[in-house]
Design a protein around this ligand. Structure first.
Ligand code: SF4
Length: 331
């Protein structure tokens, strides 16, 4: 059980997940913890350096400590700060080392890591199927003594600045990358087909977005389209990306961090699933439509398909276009 706070000087810590999507799915748990503390102790969040620019947007008014390369450096900082307890959402040994100076350390059951923790309840399972990742995080806190709570995203800021280069006319934000691997990525020619149709039917200006690792995927879509398109992949920070998504008329993406960011922002989006399972990681809220073609081998959760990518190939541009049209008609 998480020890009750004894001093407003001694922070309680949550170690956030390292991926943007998982971090957004952890937000309901962060807010549960904040409510439980109710000002009796500060809540300190530790998370990846790469997501620090988004912390003021996703976690306003909370202290976010970015991880450094050496886990022992964080551990020394936590000792100085007299952190009272730490709950770890990632499964890694690294996060246990980061928090080893904290007297109470809890995380999901992981055989090799358990000796480094003081508490390690198992992940939630269900005889009826997958337990969503957001419910896994809430379930961990519940198992550690906090009250039960629903996986509801906190409200996002109502206005975010519009990027200065954003088109004046409504635009379609397309994110054809997926850091996880090619078993999540739809074909560039299929993206191009949907873009062409949405340009014609809704006069949407297409804009390609993505991080440095998505440059090749964006270039492939641009080449498949065969006509000029704004491609900002590799040039925007994660905070810029949030601003671009916040002003898009529609977002077309994969099961990825930007999909969860669109959900957090409450923006209309269509998200394509390949090897993964919506019941496990579907976006929270109701602004994102999930499209998938379930085949007998899905979900396999593989990064690279060992056969013919049939879960992605069999998802047609017409199906995705229908989902886009429905989303546009209802928002
Ligand atoms: S094995 Fe099946 S589910 Fe997995 S990526 Fe390949 S086609 Fe998709």
């Amino acid at each position: 059980m998480i020890p009750a706070p004894t001093s407003t000087e001694k922070p309680h810590l949550l170690r956030l997940p390292n991926w943007l999507g998982d971090l957004i799915l952890a937000l309901p748990a962060v807010h549960l913890y904040q409510r439980w503390l109710n000002g009796r102790a500060p809540l300190l969040l530790v998370g990846p350096h790469s997501l620090a620019p988004l912390a003021p947007l996703l976690l306003p008014d909370l202290e976010y400590l970015p991880t450094r390369i050496c886990p022992f450096a964080i551990s020394a900082t936590l000792r100085k700060r007299q952190v009272a307890s730490a709950v770890l959402f990632p499964n890694s040994i690294r996060t246990a080392l980061e928090t080893f100076s904290v007297p109470y350390r809890a995380g999901f059951y992981e055989k090799l890591r358990n000796p480094l923790l003081t508490d390690h309840p198992p992940r939630r399972t269900s005889p009826f199927g997958y337990v969503h990742v957001a419910d896994q995080y809430l379930g961990l806190l519940e198992d550690l003594g906090l009250p039960k709570a629903k996986a509801v995203l906190p409200s996002s800021p109502s206005t975010l600045p519009k990027p200065k280069d954003a088109p004046a006319q409504p635009y379609l934000a397309i994110l054809p990358g997926a850091a996880y691997g090619p078993a999540k990525r739809w074909d560039p020619s299929s993206f191009a087909s949907v873009i062409r149709d949405l340009q014609k039917s809704h006069s949407l200006t297409p804009v390609l977005l993505g991080g440095p690792g998505d440059v090749n995927d964006c270039r492939a879509v641009s080449e498949a389209l065969g006509s000029p398109i704004t491609d900002l992949s590799g040039t925007t920070t994660t905070l810029d990306l949030a601003h671009w998504l916040a002003h898009a008329r529609l977002i077309l993406c994969h099961d990825s961090g930007p999909m969860h960011l669109a959900a957090f922002l409450g923006k209309p989006a269509v998200a394509i699933f390949g090897s993964t399972e919506p019941a496990w990681t579907h976006p929270l809220g109701s602004s994102v439509t999930v499209v998938r073609h379930k085949v007998s081998c899905s979900p396999c959760f593989l990064k690279k398909c060992p056969i013919d990518r049939r879960c992605l190939i069999r998802l047609t541009p017409e199906e995705v276009l229908t989902a886009c049209n429905l989303r546009l008609a209802t928002t």
